[in-house]
Design a protein around this ligand. Structure first.
Ligand code: BES
Ligand code: ZN
Ligand code: ZN
Length: 470
């Protein structure tokens, strides 16, 4: 599907169908109001109505706010995709809705068909947006940026959706190298021998029972005069069976998505490099597979992490934090960054706390939390802050090692996981670090907003918005 912004009057654009957005108020004044009423169209949010004989498609929205327009555009693109029209045209409402429209079309129209032997045929080829009498040059910049970010989000979704027999830590490293080559990024990959030399004892333990070698992937985007240096860290569990603390069968399905943090980080560095941002970006990924086997790491093992902190393993399913502990330490030792942001499908507890649509934000800096929450609202992603406290921190105490990998109490699990990571953040970096738990927001089995079945690409839009504003 091709989407274009044209510096033309809508009436000068040739297409099979004309799309119009209507609110209940603008419906009342529309020339076709009688016919639309007969068809039962009330301009309710996300409702659509074709007047085929007139070549018109109407989409309802509660208001012309971005969130409503994005959602209405998703309904529009779905209606068009299930029709036999080849091309559609519509007018840009205003600058701040253009991004929402692009997101609605690209993200709402996304499908992952890699594994279908006969993907459904879609006739829709072209969507033309008319810039009307608004300032075209300004709109074009907004349009191009929105398209880069939406495409990077789809790139993230594509990797999340790949099956675990195909995407393992080794093939993940090849994929990252490919991105580095195509986007002129620096790339350094550490396989198991290197990880042993680097004393990454926690990360290596998690991947020990896998037939695939764990990989630490470091990509860097280095513009000439960067304003800031940012490190992004991603949990890349290409499969999380739970290890010896095996997941129940029903909970194991979808655990290919446990690499979504790593995939998001790749999408973010892709977007930043294509937007040519003045920010140096480092992406650090721990790509590991958590499996069972005779050599699997065990509950009761004590691991020595790269930082020297010893960890008592009480549950091998709390593996993401072990991988991140070492990767965060490595990232801090290798790059002196102004911001260190990690993304991880870390806890089921985050979904219990915030629901499955919302990314959990944790960290010490109120300013960073505020900035990210603002960036998320602007970009149409949902985030919620989960507060640390010293009482929850005590629940990670171990009798035999420096820290336990799970809390001794069942409540506040997203926060105790965040506090575990905090143990591996150096004092001078405490206020530079944010942890994002995307366990709920990164993957969905029912469509919502501009998300369809599978990976959502959570984090890519709000991080791009944050980085643009640096
Ligand atoms: N990858 C899971 C978290 C997860 C659960 C992500 C559901 C997405 C959907 C993580 O490794 C895990 O298993 N966490 C445990 C931690 C527990 C053992 C302390 C959990 O959330 O149950
Ligand atoms: Zn797990
Ligand atoms: Zn996991």
């Amino acid at each position: 599907m091709n989407i274009q912004l044209l510096n033309k009057n809508i009436s000068d654009i040739k297409a099979d169908i004309l799309v119009e957005f209507l609110t209940p108020d603008t419906l009342k004044e529309h020339t076709e109001v009688k016919m639309l009423k007969q068809a039962g169209f009330k301009a309710e949010q996300d409702s659509t109505c074709f007047l085929h004989e007139k070549g018109l498609l109407f989409c309802g929205a509660d208001s012309k706010k971005s969130d409503n327009i994005r959602s209405a555009t998703v309904s529009m693109v779905k209606a068009l995709k299930s029709s036999n029209y080849v091309s559609a045209r519509f007018s840009v409402i205003k600058n701040n809705s253009l991004t929402a429209m692009v997101e609605g079309i690209v993200l709402g129209g996304y499908e992952f068909n890699e594994y279908k032997s006969k993907p459904k045929e879609i006739t829709l080829k072209d969507i033309f947006l008319a810039s009307n009498d608004l300032d075209y040059n300004e709109l074009k910049i907004t349009f191009d940026e929105a398209l880069i970010i939406a495409n990077a989000t789809c790139y993230t979704r594509d990797i999340v959706n790949r099956a675990p027999q195909e995407l393992n830590p080794e093939t993940f490293a090849i994929l990252a190298k490919k991105l580095a080559d195509s986007n002129s990024l620096e790339c350094n990959i550490l396989a198991e021998d290197d990880l042993k030399k680097e004393r990454m004892g926690a990360m290596l333990a998690v991947g020990r029972a896998s037939i695939h070698e764990s990989q630490l992937i470091h990509l860097a985007y280095k513009p000439a005069n960067p304003k800031k240096i940012i490190s992004l860290v991603g949990k890349g569990l290409t499969y999380d069976s739970g290890g010896l603390s095996l997941k129940p069968a029903a909970n194991m399905v979808t655990m290919k998505m446990d690499k979504a943090g790593a995939c998001a980080v790749l999408g973010m560095i892709k977007a930043a490099s294509e937007l040519k941002l003045d920010v140096e970006i480092h992406a650090f990924i721990g790509a590991v597979e958590n499996m069972v086997g005779g050599n699997a790491y065990k509950p009761d093992d004590v691991l020595v992490s790269r930082s020297g902190t010893t960890i008592e393993v009480r549950n091998t399913d709390a593996e993401g934090r072990l991988v991140l502990a070492d990767v965060l330490t490595y990232a801090q030792e290798n790059v002196k960054a102004d911001g260190i942001f990690d993304f991880a499908t870390l806890t089921g507890a985050c979904m219990v706390a915030l629901g499955q649509y919302t990314t959990g934000i944790m960290g010490h800096s109120h300013k960073l939390k505020h900035d990210f929450s603002k960036a998320a609202t602007t970009s149409g992603e949902l985030t919620g802050s989960l507060p640390f406290n010293k009482h929850l921190k005590k629940l990670l105490k171990s009798e035999i090692a420096d820290i336990s990998n799970v809390s001794s109490k069942p409540y506040g699990g997203a926060i105790t996981a965040g506090l575990f990571l905090d143990k591996f953040i150096k004092d001078e970096n405490k206020d530079k670090w944010m942890h994002f738990d995307i366990a709920g927001s990164a993957y969905t089995e029912t469509p919502w907003d501009c998300n369809v079945y599978g990976g959502t690409g959570a984090g890519v839009r709000f991080m791009s918005e944050y980085l643009k504003n640096i």
